[in-house]
Design a protein around this ligand. Structure first.
Ligand code: GDP
Ligand code: MG
Length: 186
């Protein structure tokens, strides 16, 4: 089939296929989006983070023995869900954050869940949503019960977690890794 001296060229197969997963972190100002993002990326709790800074960060992760480039967009809306176009088509998954010690942040996160539900048709895929009740270390000042969080999540078909950006790293990492697992399931 092949003439003498000729070599057969096969398309190069990458040794290691690195998938990408784009996670968007949403919620009202002060709910702890940046603290959670920074904790996931650096294992550290940074208590004061520029509240107006919106950026995308990348981290190569190994999740269930599969490498993935996780990109996290830490959003910084001033006033609820506006200009959502910047992330709607980019996102593979959403994490909507509120603070368990602030009922206003819980109301605010409902606006995000509603906006996402409204835009669902515009999204090419059924993009998973996780609802995160942050600051569980502030239990003494809790204003939103765990069951309120869970039922809101259920209403929007979202996975629900309670976390804290200033407690252990592994539980924060688990939330981000579970978000990737949800994306992989789609
Ligand atoms: P963002 O506006 O949603 O990005 O919120 P930040 O990440 O900037 O956090 C707002 C404030 O809440 C800061 O003062 C943080 O130190 C604080 N904070 C964030 N996460 C936690 C947490 O899990 N527990 C506590 N106690 N404070 C937190
Ligand atoms: Mg922030």
């Amino acid at each position: 089939m092949f003439g003498k001296g000729k070599t057969c060229h096969f398309a190069a197969v990458p040794e290691r296929y690195l998938a990408e997963c784009n996670l968007v972190v949403l919620g009202v100002m002060g709910s702890g989006k940046s603290a959670l993002t920074v904790k996931f990326l650096t294992k550290r709790f940074i208590s004061e983070y520029d509240p107006n800074l919106e950026d995308i960060y990348s981290s190569e992760e190994m999740i269930d023995q599969q490498p993935v480039m996780v990109k996290v967009m830490d959003t910084a809306d001033q006033d609820g869900p506006v200009n959502c176009e910047r992330y709607l088509s980019w996102a593979s998954g959403f994490m909507v954050v509120y603070s368990i010690d602030n009922v206003q942040s819980f109301k605010g996160c409902q606006r995000y869940l509603e906006a996402l539900a409204l835009h669902r048709k515009a999204l090419h895929l059924d993009v998973p949503v996780l609802l995160l009740g942050n600051k569980v270390d502030m239990e003494r000042h809790r204003q939103v019960s765990k069951s309120e969080g869970a039922s809101l999540a259920a209403r929007f078909g979202a996975q629900f977690y309670e976390v804290s950006a200033c407690l252990d790293f592994l539980s924060v990492q688990r939330v981000f890794h579970d978000a990737v697992r949800e994306v992989r399931r789609e």
